[in-house]
Design a protein around this ligand. Structure first.
Ligand code: DAH
Length: 360
């Protein structure tokens, strides 16, 4: 047998016995690679006489073609075999029952859910989210919000004060999210359009009050921000949040030191068989406080009230969560009872979205 025939036989045998694509690649490199046996043969052509080179060259090239062909064919076979083995190994029996995953046990707390719902609705209207610390100064929680020193409203807030520090100032747990308005106005120039969700604290506890609760504040400051804008925003919010096509709202005069005029807002509802329905009925339900930002607050926060005006509102998140999801007792929110969470909580992957439905 000629040396070429021997090499061909040997290489074809190796190709045929390669067990997988990696093994086959090894054979390919050994024959056709830069330092492979066929390449070595081709390298000998240079030193041959032209007549011999013609004959020998043609023979080596034919050999090379046959090896390449065998290699391609074997690669196809091995590829197919690998695919079939994988399909067999990864077979899924779709008739098997779905096993519960840890995700099925965890639940999103209704307060977190409602905060997310509120954020989605206001983000759609172009609001940014602002946050501030739970421990505040008296200045940001009260003074800059136009509460005069010794004003009774400071007492109405049932404030948790810390012990006075050496300079006589007292830190406190913020009694509302309104100090985040102050922080935002001090830090950025109008136009401002923010919501501030967060924890708030008052020394109070019964079926509808807990020492720690949650609020969401809204603030818009611009040259022409007005009560008409505020009314539209609140109406759109209520329709989206309570997932009803229409709401009727009632604005009642009220008092907050930081707004003038100040109003409380009720929405129309019906209460039948222990169930509240919004957008219909004869009853009214208070849901938030709001008003035009007091010029004193703008001035205290470095904004010129001759140029800018704005409106704000504050809403209890726990309260609107209770209303929307029919939760009767506020205290249960903070008892971490797993049975309660299983009942009132939300599935972690069902994130609220305006397109897919807020509470779907
Ligand atoms: N901070 C008020 C409270 O806790 C709620 C509130 C009312 C906030 C009117 C506002 C507002 O921004 O304009 O009772």
């Amino acid at each position: 047998m000629s040396d070429l025939a021997a090499l061909e036989n040997e290489t074809l045998e190796s190709i045929a016995s390669a067990a997988d694509e990696a093994g086959l690649e090894g054979v390919r490199v050994a024959a056709l690679g830069k330092k492979g046996s066929v390449s070595a043969l081709l390298a000998t052509l240079g030193k041959m006489a032209p007549e011999d080179r013609k004959v020998r060259g043609a023979a080596i090239n034919l050999l090379k073609d046959r090896i390449v062909e065998a290699f391609e064919a074997r690669r196809e076979v091995l590829k197919q075999a690998a695919l079939e083995a994988r399909l067999a190994a990864e077979v899924v029996d779709v008739t098997l029952p779905v096993r519960p995953s840890p995700l099925d046990n965890g639940r999103i707390h209704p307060i977190t859910q409602v905060m997310d719902e509120v954020a989605v609705i206001f983000a759609d209207m172009g609001f940014a989210i602002a946050e501030g610390p739970d421990i505040e100064t008296d200045d940001f929680n009260f003074t800059k919000l136009n509460f005069p020193p010794d004003h009774p409203a400071r007492e109405m807030h049932d404030t948790f004060f810390f012990s006075p520090s050496a300079d006589g100032s007292r830190a406190l747990l913020r009694t509302h999210t309104s100090p985040v308005q102050v922080r935002t106005m001090l830090a950025q120039q109008p136009p401002i359009r923010i919501i501030c969700p967060g924890r708030t604290y008052r020394c109070d506890s019964d079926q509808t009050h807990t020492p720690m609760f949650h609020q969401v504040e809204g603030l818009v400051i611009d040259r022409q921000a007005n009560l008409g804008n505020l009314k539209w925003i609140l109406e759109e919010f209520c329709k989206a949040f309570f997932e009803v096509p229409e709401v009727t709202m009632r604005f009642r005069p009220s008092f907050f030191p930081f707004t003038e005029p100040s109003m409380e807002v009720d929405i129309r509802c019906s209460r039948r068989d222990g169930e509240i329905r919004f957008g219909e009925g004869e009853d009214w339900l208070e849901i938030l406080g709001c008003g035009m930002v007091h010029p004193n607050v703008l001035t205290a926060c470095g904004i010129d009230p001759e140029i800018y005006q704005g409106f704000a509102w504050g809403m209890g998140i726990d309260r609107i969560a209770m209303l929307k999801y029919g939760i009767p007792d506020l205290r249960a929110f903070f008892e971490s009872d797993i049975r309660w969470l299983n009942h009132y909580g939300f599935r972690p992957l069902d994130l609220p979205s305006l397109l897919a439905g807020l509470s779907a």
